[in-house]
Design a protein around this ligand. Structure first.
Ligand code: CA
Length: 220
């Protein structure tokens, strides 16, 4: 899952980014309105964490513009305590939720999971797929009931594939899900993680689609 952080405060931005990465998300960080605009125009995000007070274009302007373009990416506003009018304006402009600074990273993570869950239209956060069970909240993965230990990237890869059973994802789409800006990507990084994942969950659960990429087959 790729998340965009739009935040000009270096301390807050850095701590959110490292928290999200620890949770297995791919996190990009835009420090002003123009970079945020560019990021959204060139990448597909699963959610955006949006500060309202930004240099250049304000968070509210960005929000209004994205919604006007029918970009319905889930947006969580992160804002200062005193700006209740802004929070209301943000919700009215199409934000999905807000969080007041300073906030606990665990709360941010929980709100984010709730947003992503709502977007995917599932009442429960857990994904059940044949013998697989994946819980995005706890990062717990089970195969036929037994817990399996996955690395952050293996988890992110499996999660991405399980969100679209039957849909092949290309190597570059998967790289996009696994790596944020400026993170070094080895030329066969996706293959390496797929290989490791198959060793843990069995090779038949992830199919190679020749010339296209990888997919988890739909359940009959
Ligand atoms: Ca700010």
């Amino acid at each position: 899952m790729r998340i965009l952080i739009v935040e000009d405060d270096p301390m807050i931005g850095a701590s959110i980014r490292s928290g999200l990465r620890q949770d297995g998300y791919t996190a990009d960080w835009a420090r002003d309105g123009n970079s945020a605009e560019l990021a959204v125009a060139t990448h597909e995000y699963d959610a955006i964490l949006l500060d309202l007070g930004l240099p250049g274009r304000s968070g509210l302007e960005l929000l209004a513009q994205w919604r006007q373009k029918r970009n319905m990416v889930p947006i969580l506003i992160i804002t200062a305590k005193d700006s209740v009018d802004d929070r209301i304006a943000g919700l009215d402009s199409g934000a999905d939720d807000y969080l007041v600074k300073p906030f606990d990273l665990n709360e941010l993570a929980a709100r984010l999971r709730a947003l992503l869950r709502r977007r995917s239209g599932r009442a429960t956060p857990v994904i059940e797929h044949g013998p697989l069970h994946l819980d995005p909240a706890t990062h717990e993965v089970r195969l036929n009931g037994s817990a399996i230990k996955l690395s952050g990237r293996e988890f992110a890869l499996l999660h991405a594939l399980l969100q679209a059973p039957g849909v092949p994802l290309s190597r570059s789409q998967l790289e996009d899900r696994l790596y944020g800006w400026g993170e070094e990507i080895g030329s066969n990084a996706v293959e390496v993680h797929i290989h490791a994942l198959r060793r843990k969950i069995g090779s038949e659960l992830i199919r190679n689609v020749r010339g296209v990429g990888y997919m988890v087959p739909r359940q009959p």
